[in-house]
Design a protein around this ligand. Structure first.
Ligand code: HSE
Length: 319
């Protein structure tokens, strides 16, 4: 077998999930793939985060340079998030000759071009399955399984926090504030939950999916984006009486006038698969001109599902 040493930057909800998954599944993954995963170093500005999941003291550091200068580390897993320091980490990883795995949708949606071109210039790769739809495989299916199609449309529930809030409000009559607090508690929400409820997080994910599906530059700043913060229980109830469920959708469609990209609350007929997607689950309908309708469904947020996608990417990069 081959040994892949991993440098993990950011040991919050998802990072801790990645550590736990590798602790639990490394042997089984090696049996299936021949690749031995080893977390060589975990960097976080708060070292107690890594201690919580039993990372040995000698593997914990506060300075990411410890990863970049370590020639034995082959892949950097960036789970810091955002477009500030996380971007420096990703670019420095390429310069240091390492591949990158990230869940950072904001970074890819806003600075994708720069990040991909630095990867190419350094001859490294970047994998980002966990950036869209948490544990649901979406990037690989678009790149491989559906590549023979012209994608005509994507309709997605892409934010677990919003879907959780809308489900709790619609089905249990909870208040917006109460449902949001629960989503934060469960580890679905962003550090700044306005990114979730404003539709911004959905827009980031839609931009990534659309740029892959349509092989097109997508300027996330130009998307029409409307969130859920102004909805109230009465809006949801009114729709329900007419047979509709309110969902925050990210929509990308080929039209005669070009690509149409938008994010807004939408009424979905109650028997549509997107309507029955509840809680932190995400679902993405992808239409291809040869395959017709495909549907991807699963947990779109949270420590374990997102770790599942991150570790899949680590294996993909390492093989
Ligand atoms: N805050 C995001 C969500 C996390 O709620 O879907 C997953 O990207």
């Amino acid at each position: 077998g081959k040994l892949l040493k991993i440098g993990l930057i950011g040991c919050g909800t998802v990072g801790q999930g990645v550590v736990r998954l590798i602790q639990a599944e490394a042997e089984e993954i090696e049996r299936k793939t021949g690749l031995r995963l080893d977390i060589a170093r975990v960097v976080d500005k708060d070292p107690t985060q890594a201690r919580k999941v039993g990372v040995p003291e000698e593997c914990i550091a506060e300075d990411a340079a410890r990863i970049f200068e370590d020639k034995s580390i082959g892949v950097v897993v960036e789970l810091v998030g955002g477009t500030g320091i996380a971007k420096d980490f990703v670019l420095r990883a390429f310069q240091a000759g390492k591949d990158v795995v990230t869940a950072n949708k904001a970074l890819l949606a806003k600075c994708g071009k720069e990040v991909y071109s630095s990867a190419r210039a350094a001859g490294r790769c970047i994998a980002f399955e966990a950036s869209c739809g948490g544990g649901i495989p979406l990037i690989l299916p678009l790149r491989r399984g559906l590549i023979a199609n012209r994608i005509t449309a994507i309709y997605g529930i892409l934010n677990g926090t919003c879907n959780y809030i809308l489900t709790e409000m619609g089905q249990k009559g909870k208040s917006y504030a109460e449902a949001l607090a629960e989503a934060q508690q469960a580890g679905f929400a962003e550090v700044d939950p306005t990114l979730d409820v404003s539709g911004g997080d959905t827009a980031h994910k839609l931009a990534i999916l659309a740029s892959m599906a349509f092989a097109h530059d997508v300027d996330v700043e130009k998307l029409h984006v409307e969130g859920i913060a102004n909805l109230d229980a009465q809006d949801l109830a009114a729709g329900r009486e007419l047979g509709y469920v309110c969902k925050l959708l990210g929509i990308a469609a080929r039209t005669d006038a070009g690509l149409s990209l938008r994010v807004h609350p939408s009424f979905v007929p109650r028997d549509h698969p997107l309507a029955t997607t509840a809680g932190s689950f995400n679902a993405v309908s992808v239409y291809g001109n040869w395959v017709g309708h495909t549907l991807f469904y699963g947990r779109g947020a949270g420590s374990k599902p997102t770790a599942s996608a991150v570790v899949a990417d680590i294996v993909e990069v390492g093989l």
